[in-house]
Design a protein around this ligand. Structure first.
Ligand code: ADP
Ligand code: ZN
Length: 762
């Protein structure tokens, strides 16, 4: 037998190796193996077993890493599809489907020395420079194998032992499993009695699952009889559902009961949630339902905040079939749950489901594909579905389920749009609080209720401009203005992190005007103004400048929940899924910020954001109120959000997409060329266009636009030019692009990226 293997070091190629007799039973498709390559041994993944090879003089593979095979044949199939569709090498796709923590694994998971951070005790000990460097790394990882740590820091075990002597870390063999939630005691919950809409939705989901389960039962005898039909009729696709339910309509309860149904059929489930919503509360809701009772199973959690060791163990719990429910962010879609009965993609419209580096996959789309291949039902849930998914529902590709009212018939909050153009007239300075919002805040404070204010821009002010000579402080590496951060008295680039001291006078040597002005508004400035206007209110800001450590997020939300904070001001971080019964007022300071960006999804994004933020108001007994301040109050995205009218927004938006042939009517491939020399990038981009025209000539409905400068022309010193291709059928185009990329000869200092179905056009 011969194993065909992809290697981590050589892309877009597979190599054949002999399987030595003593490993014969152990090598399967998906096995991780160590193979000789030149003078070294390298890691790879078996992609096929073949009887013959076109090559001679095959070398035997050295050993198998991890048993059972780490990549199941089904997940491998998924990786192949991704490599194909998203134009990337198979090895790159494989890197995504197997977490780093599992891939690196060589000796299994027992008997390895792990270095762990100990809780601080007393005065921090004095460290040498070297020890401090190593300590910084350990602190970051919290827990890491000794071997890995030595590799990361290039240090000896000796240095690490010194830190152990000083009481900072423990170094011990890891025998027990690392459970990130081990210290939490979770009280079991029972299924709730569903309301009529929830019941109807659940019934359809369960019926689809039963249909899928029946089909897979039917398969078995046919396989034994050897009469296998063509594979397309063999795996009839299970339904994909789009669950459109307003915030607080009880979608999660529907997910929970659908999962119970899958478990009862002996199948597992994957639940995807955006990283930012993957809070301990969310996880607990799932654990609480399945931690006891007849369906009891482990719930595994996969997200980027786990330590390497934790991620390794969570993954293996799934692979061994002990955890049959997985909750996680984007990459959890590759979790080796088998057999899989259900995939839930919550907040399916979220852009964080798209990976912004190769492989540039969209977890929602991978979920739909995986569900169809494995006979699992897929439920996409959202209060503001993406145009893509709603379009599919309208055309009958997905089944639409609707939960139009909040549980217990709570009213949707009243949304008032405030025209800042008028409010602005009487006052000087930037408009922050209209008189309406100002008095609404006052009355909530008097009643002891809580307020959330939203502004999607951190920092103090967005630009620094000299009124005398017109000088604007820009980043030397990116084509953006620098944001003024008051607490640190610095100007900061939000793209590359460049930092400079804030000047007291105009930096232009010919001007030196002392009256330099800060324009535009950020959360810091709102915070400062709040302190002035409402001196007795307890105000807390929450944005990524504040949240330097991950405990901060929990702490602030905890303080808000327990009433230690009256007004929470924040960026989109506070927009998602948080549930605070005492919040009766939400103020959106500038609703226009996300509207005037050069992206055809600007309207959609604004509608989603406004609806999500507004959904934070009035989730308790008191009715909620929302103020949306805007300079363009009659924009459809704002007006439809005001009326909670998703279908209305969809109708007008889809018309615009039809006219301009933008997704979901078409699909996009975005080609971006990067380099440090702008002329060279531009020249190569023109060349690229001519070559594309030659290669793709007669490509049916293909629309080729560009090249043109990217909306953000320069980022981190690189100039970027883009070409946009649109077509109704992406598969043939992505195949053609992959071939095109292979034959393309670019100068060394230019790079080309191909992004299929991009969500970020900047
Ligand atoms: P969504 O996910 O749609 O925003 P949730 O599932 O979080 O909504 O539900 C909002 C609240 O309503 C939760 O506290 C949940 O426990 C409760 N809830 C959901 N369904 C029911 C029901 N059928 N009966 C009573 N309470 C429910
Ligand atoms: Zn920059």
């Amino acid at each position: 037998m011969i194993a065909r293997v992809t290697l981590e070091i050589a892309l877009r190629k597979e190599f054949d190796y002999l399987i030595p007799p003593d490993l014969a039973g152990e090598v399967t498709v998906g096995s991780r193996v160590k193979v000789p390559f030149g003078p070294r041994q390298v890691l790879g993944c078996v992609t096929a077993l073949v009887a013959e090879s076109p090559h001679t003089n095959l070398r035997p593979l050295a050993r198998v890493v991890g048993r059972p095979s780490l990549v199941t044949p089904r997940v491998l199939e998924l990786a192949r599809w991704m490599a194909d569709y998203y134009c990337c090498p198979l090895e790159t796709a494989l890197r995504s489907v197997l977490p780093e923590a599992v891939r690196r694994e060589e000796a299994g998971w027992r008997e390895r020395l792990f270095v762990r951070v100990l809780p601080p005790a007393g005065e921090p000990p004095k460290l040498t420079k070297r020890q401090a460097e190593v300590w910084n790394v350990i602190e970051e990882w919290r827990e890491v194998s000794l071997q890995e740590l030595q590799r990361l820091t290039g240090t000896t075990a000796e240095t690490i032992r010194r830190l152990e002597d000083k009481g900072l870390v423990s170094v011990a063999p890891q025998i027990s499993e690392r459970d990130p939630y081990a210290h939490e005691r979770i009280l079991p919950t029972q299924p709730l009695t569903l309301n009529a809409d929830q019941s109807a939705a659940l019934a359809k989901i369960m019926a689809a699952m039963d249909g899928a389960a029946k089909r897979s039962e039917d398969e078995t005898p046919r396989m034994e009889g050897g009469k296998r039909g063509p594979s397309s009729s063999f795996h009839p696709p299970a339904s994909v559902f789009l669950l459109h339910g307003v915030t607080g309509s009880g979608k999660t309860e529907v997910y929970l009961q659908a999962i119970a149904h899958a478990l009862a059929h002996g199948r597992g489930a994957i639940v995807l949630v955006p990283e930012i919503s993957l809070t301990p509360q969310t996880v607990e809701r799932f654990k609480a339902r399945f931690c006891s009772g007849p369906l009891q199973t482990l719930v595994a959690v996969l997200h980027s905040h786990l330590s390497v060791g934790e991620r390794h163990d969570e993954w293996h719990k799934i692979r061994q079939g002990r955890a049959r429910i997985v909750i996680g962010a984007r990459s959890a879609i590759f979790a080796p749950v088998e057999p899989l009965g259900l995939i839930v993609v919550d907040e399916e419209h979220e852009h964080s489901y798209k990976q912004e580096e190769a492989p540039r996959y969209h977890a929602r789309d991978v979920a739909v594909l995986r569900g169809q291949r494995e006979g699992a039902v897929v439920v996409l849930g959202s209060a503001t579905p993406s145009l893509e998914s709603y379009y599919n529902a309208r055309r009958g590709k997905y089944a639409l389920l609707e939960l139009p009212v909040r549980v217990d018939d709570q009213k949707m909050p009243v949304v008032r749009v405030v025209d800042l153009r008028q409010a602005n007239r009487k006052e000087k300075g930037p408009a922050i609080f209209s008189p309406q919002l100002h008095s609404a805040i006052l009355s909530r404070l008097e009643r002891g209720e809580q307020v959330i204010l939203f502004l999607n821009r951190r920092g103090y002010s967005t630009s620094l401009q000299c009124p005398q000579c017109g000088y604007v402080a820009g980043c030397p590496h990116c084509s953006v203005t620098l944001t003024y951060h008051r607490p640190r008295q610095t100007l900061l680039c939000h793209i590359c992190g460049y930092e400079a001291a804030a000047p007291a006078a105009c930096p232009n040597p010919k001007c030196r005007h002392p009256g330099i002005r800060y324009a535009g508004l950020g959360t810091q400035r709102v915070e400062e103004t709040l302190a002035r206007l409402f001196p007795h209110a307890r105000v807390q800001r929450m944005d990524s400048d504040i949240l330097q450590r991950k405990e901060d997020y929990r702490r602030i939300l905890g303080d808000f929940r327990t009433g230690k904070i009256d007004i929470l001001i924040g960026t989109q971080m506070i927009a998602k899924g948080l549930h605070f019964p005492n919040v009766t007022l939400v103020g959106i300071i500038h609703a226009d910020l996300s509207l005037h960006v050069p992206d055809f999804r600007a309207g959609e994004r604004t509608f989603q954001l406004l609806t999500q933020v507004a959904g934070r108001a009035g989730r308790g007994d008191v009715e909620g109120e929302v103020f949306v301040q805007s300079f363009t109050p009659f924009h459809p995205a704002i007006q439809y959000a005001r009326r909670h009218d998703f279908a209305g927004f969809y109708e007008q938006e889809i018309e615009f997409r039809e006219q301009l042939k933008y997704p979901p009517v078409t699909r996009i491939a975005l080609l971006t060329l990067r380099g440090r020399n702008e002329d060279k990038v531009k020249f190569a981009a023109d060349h690229l266009r001519r070559e594309l025209e030659k290669t793709l000539a007669g490509g049916g409905d293909l629309i080729l636009a560009g090249p043109g400068p990217a909306p953000l022309l320069r980022a981190e010193t690189f100039y970027r030019y883009q070409l946009m291709l649109r077509t109704r059928q992406m598969r043939p185009l992505s195949r053609a692009l992959a071939k095109f990329e292979e034959t393309l000869a670019l100068p060394d200092d230019l790079t080309l990226t191909i992004d299929i179905d991009p969500v970020d056009l900047a």
